[in-house]
Design a protein around this ligand. Structure first.
Ligand code: SAH
Ligand code: SF4
Ligand code: F3S
Length: 439
């Protein structure tokens, strides 16, 4: 039987799809790349904003055409939207046969047997312990160079706007020995970069014979090999420690880039969002990053138009962007999510056109800053890990420097998985152009 898996949402969802691929592969299912050959289609979904869910609803409707051609085709919805809506999804979308939440993937073989016989199934129990520790993920969308390793699951920070604690459950950390084993085996297979994933990696903690914190785990992974790069995401500003910054600074192969979502530049908003830090704390953490690692890139997430946001709050965000000068930002319009603190206690009172205008102002400012930051890179030389052939031209390759910036350059003899030295010769706001240094 053939299974086609389609993934939406964050990196953690992509890592989960690789776990699903491993679970099903072990049971004799084939994971296929061509949806036309599938007996089962699984959509691994995201619920973070309403537009993410709408996009998935459209996709589910579109699949009806395929089902008409192949009536035996069974469709399932997995991931965060499945967890949020549970059996309601089965009731609302009549072409879906099963839903499975993020902690139910071990049940997928049983679920498929049941729906294969014409039944429907819903498994959405969240767990306090499941980490899929023992499962060696199959790299479904892998490039053979860089791979994700999920080191923890869930989140219990309960930011007022966020659905993740409800869709992913309690925070739990994975056994460090299995993380190390996975990283070592990736390196042995030729991978040159691992990205350690969690909603808030700073609170990684494994209580074994000896407790393991995130900085210690990071150090251990970095010790596997000097030519294995290590990245991680995401850090919560409230507990970004000097200990972690020191570990990063001390290891050449721990990449010098930090994703530090700020969400708002206004203290009043940060409090209402339940972020547990204020602007002064955040700026202090930015200073600390620059003290330990002057060459570290910093990126962020921002929400425009959260409940009660005023023009003054918005100006505070723009001001923070001017101060920090991020290299990149993921920028969103606030979307009210059911069940969250905001949905229960606050009102979505910023008109949509105001949210849009504020978001556009942030995007315009950030675009300008990113371009100026990149212009300063011209003339510098970086060690770049080649990831693949450029989308624009077969004669060019692309890769990233330690700062996670994408560089595009002429191929010469280089191949994906190799390190090359590239001198930056030009840029846009999004990419650096360069030349391989041959001597
Ligand atoms: N765990 C990470 C973020 C996970 S979600 C962290 O805490 O930083 C990714 C981003 O989506 C968030 O950082 C936030 O900027 C955005 N986001 C989350 N909920 C949202 C909502 N209801 N509306 C708009 N953006 C949202
Ligand atoms: Fe959501 Fe906040 Fe948890 Fe991030 S830390 S996943 S924004 S609740
Ligand atoms: Fe989306 Fe779930 Fe990730 S809501 S952002 S897929 S944790």
């Amino acid at each position: 039987m053939n299974v086609y898996i389609e993934t939406y949402g964050c990196q953690m969802n992509f890592a989960d799809s690789d776990v699903i691929g491993a679970i099903l592969g072990k049971e004799g299912y084939s994971i296929v790349n061509d949806i036309a050959t599938a007996d089962y289609v699984m959509i691994n979904t995201c619920a973070i904003r309403d537009n993410a869910e709408q996009r998935i609803r459209h996709r589910v409707h579109d699949l009806k055409a395929l089902q008409r051609k192949k009536p035996s085709l069974r469709i399932g919805v997995l991931g965060c939207m499945a967890e949020r809506l549970k059996t309601q999804l089965l009731a609302e979308e009549d072409n879906i046969s099963f839903v499975a939440g993020p902690d139910s993937y071990r049940s997928l073989p049983q679920i498929l047997r049941k729906v294969g016989q014409g039944g429907k199934a819903a498994e959405t129990e969240l767990s306090t312990t499941e980490t899929y520790d023992d499962i060696q993920p199959v790299r479904l969308n892998g490039n053979g160079v860089s791979a994700y390793i999920s080191i923890m699951r869930g989140c219990q920070n309960f930011c007022a706007y966020c659905v993740v604690p409800y869709t992913r459950g309690r925070e739990r950390s994975r056994n460090p020995e299995t993380v190390m084993a996975e990283a070592r085996s990736l390196y042995d297979e030729g991978y040159k970069e691992v990205v350690l994933l969690g909603q808030n990696v700073n609170s990684y903690r494994y209580e074994g014979a000896e407790a393991m914190s995130f900085p210690r785990l990071l150090e251990s992974v970095a010790a596997i090999a000097p030519d294995l790069r290590v990245r991680y995401a995401t850090s919560h500003p409230k507990d970004l420690s000097d200990d972690l910054l020191r570990v990063m600074a001390d290891h050449d192969n721990i990449c010098k880039s930090i994703h530090l979502p700020v969400q708002s530049g206004s203290d009043r908003m940060l409090k209402l969002m339940n972020r547990h830090y204020d602007r002064a704390w955040y700026l202090d953490r930015i200073d600390a990053i620059r003290r330990y690692m002057p060459d570290c890139s910093i990126t962020t997430d921002i929400i425009a138009g959260f409940c009660t946001e005023t023009e003054e709050d918005h100006q505070a965000t723009l001001d923070l962007f001017r101060r920090v000068r991020y290299d990149y930002a993921f920028m969103f319009k606030f979307s009210m999510r059911p069940d969250t603190y905001a949905a229960k206690h606050l009102s979505d009172d910023v008109p949509d056109e105001v949210k849009t205008r504020r978001l556009e102002e942030i995007i315009a400012l950030q675009g300008q800053i990113a371009l100026e930051n990149n212009q300063k890179e011209i003339g510098r030389t970086y060690e770049v890990l080649v990831e693949g052939v450029s989308h624009r031209s077969d004669s060019q390759l692309f890769g990233r420097n330690s700062q996670n910036k994408v560089l595009v350059f002429d191929r010469h003899e280089a191949k994906p998985g190799q390190y090359v030295r590239v001198k930056v010769t030009g840029c846009t706001a999004a990419t650096l152009k360069g030349e391989i240094e041959t001597s």
